[in-house]
Design a protein around this ligand. Structure first.
Ligand SMILES: Cc1ncc(COP(=O)(O)O)c(C=O)c1O
Length: 464
């Protein structure tokens, strides 16, 4: 427990240095595979204790580092139901209910995205949704050039390129490496002062492209929550025959909010969309959906496998969702999302989104008026980027980096870290709907105090 200003909250992290924490957590499980078990109840108690004592405390309002919300109870319980069923999505006979639930959730999310006949598939995270989208894009581009990538690989593709803003998630680069077109295929496009892709730079970059595979817009950059101008980017992508993917891993949940939904204007023009409900959506990971404008987009992933879904079974209606995923066995992550949509409805989830958005605006206002901090950029969704201003400017980068580690070592708070230009910055990612404006005042106090302690420590160590 963690007491701050008379208010008691669970810790954000276990106190101590990482090596000690990890050793103590593993040590409490013993150092051998037990010959004789301790029984289910004792085993569960032991694990609950390990997770509670050494885990991350996402319920603390001072845990504000990552796009990792405290999950909703209804989603956690529904996820246990899903695990208990051990259904799989690949074939009809592996779990018909799970298939129906995923189809239901995908249809609801597609409608929200503005895809009247949209479709989709759940994946193990935004990284894999982006990878899958770029696989579809690569194969569509190859087909346009008469290349069968599935059989012949990518060697015959002439200079394939992918365009995204310089602030796009690194999973775009990773996907290109995985898909054989290489990280150098990615052309980073500059952003404007609001951290949104510059459409004129995109148009310029595309002018002489040989094989433009995809344009990836980000709806909710990881640090700033900024949303690329989707409509303009869509038009440029279409003019060059490039697949238009929107990585809305972070921003998709804004569609639940009447206040924020207009920010995603133009989303419906995408060929595919990544939507992570384990970010804005309050699901335990993973709950990522890759949405597509129509089911035909999945053709490159279509497979009939003798032991799973032979053609005659499929024709007779005994088919699963194998043909739209890189996975074979696939757990029913949509079950928890279905329970959440039913329990809260769009409006209920929208209220959670609005609360977190208001928190971010409040945090930005507090940071802007506090001389100990420099606010970097504005608020679009639920993140705020800032720096602690050390009295010796030479020390500012080192102090920001070390004060975050100091907070992690004490366990009282957890803030994010990033780089803007070459400057080390801090970040609040506010996804706890129970956090109050007063909590934010106390959180700022914790960061300010950690900054002062760290600055003094570095000065004494002679780092300056
Ligand atoms: C914009 C964006 N896209 C994709 C991802 C990757 O999502 P995941 O961590 O679920 O793989 C993230 C993660 O933060 C993200 O912020």
């Amino acid at each position: 427990m963690n007491s701050c200003g008379g208010v008691v909250h669970p810790r954000s992290l276990p106190p101590g240095r990482p090596a000690h924490v990890l050793a103590a957590a593993a040590g409490s499980l013993g150092d051998q595979l037990p010959e004789h078990g301790i029984g289910q109840e004792q085993a569960l108690r032991r694990l609950a204790d390990v997770l509670e004592t050494y885990g991350v405390g996402l319920r603390s309002p001072y845990s504000a580092a990552h796009l990792q919300p405290p999950p909703l109870a209804v989603a956690v319980l529904a996820d246990a139901l899903a695990s208990a069923s051990n259904a799989s999505l690949d074939t009809y006979d592996s779990g018909p209910a799970a298939i129906a639930v995923e189809r239901w959730v995908v249809a609801r999310l597609a409608t929200l995205a503005g895809y009247p006949s949209g479709d989709g598939v759940f994946t193990p995270g935004g990284t894999i949704s982006n990878l899958t989208a770029l696989l579809l894009a690569r194969d569509a581009a190859a087909a346009r050039h008469g290349v069968d990538v599935r059989l012949d690989g990518v060697a015959e593709l002439v200079e394939p390129t992918v365009y995204c803003s310089e602030l796009a998630h690194f999973s775009v680069q990773r996907a290109c490496a995985t898909l054989g077109i290489g990280e150098n295929a990615v052309r980073p496009i500059e952003v404007d002062s609001s951290f949104r892709m510059e459409p004129s730079s995109l148009a310029r970059a595309l002018r002489h492209a040989s094989t433009p595979v995809a344009v990836v817009a980000t709806a909710g950059t990881t640090d700033f929550g900024s949303i690329d101008p989707l409509r303009e980017v869509a038009e440029i992508a279409a003019a060059h025959g490039a697949w238009f993917h929107v990585d809305a891993a972070y921003g998709f949940g804004a569609l639940f909010s009447t206040r924020l939904a207009p920010l995603l204007d133009g989303l419906e023009l995408a060929d595919s969309i990544t939507a992570d409900l384990h970010k804005i959506g309050w699901q335990p990971a993973a709950a990522s959906a890759l949405l597509v404008r129509s089911a035909a987009a999945f053709e490159p992933l279509n497979r009939s496998v003798a032991y799973l879904n032979p053609e005659d079974d499929r024709t007779a209606g005994y088919d699963g969702l194998l043909g739209r995923s890189l996975q074979t066995t696939r757990r029913p992550d949509a079950v928890k999302v279905a329970a959440t949509l039913l329990a809260f409805g769009r409006e209920g989830l929208g209220q959670l989104v609005d609360h977190c958005h208001s928190l971010a605006q409040h945090a930005a206002a507090l940071l802007a008026e506090d001389p100990a901090f420099e606010l970097i950029g504005g608020v679009t969704l639920t993140t705020v980027v800032f720096r602690y201003t050390a009295s010796d400017p030479e020390l500012t980068d080192a102090v920001n980096a070390e004060l975050r580690r100091h907070l992690m070592r004490t366990g009282v708070a957890l803030v994010g870290r990033t780089e803007v230009g070459k400057a080390t910055c801090l970040k609040f990612t506010l996804l706890n709907p129970k956090t109050t404006p007063d909590d934010l005042v106390r959180l700022l106090g914790l960061v300010r105090h950690a900054g002062a302690v760290t600055e003094e420590m570095l000065r004494q160590e002679g780092v300056a």
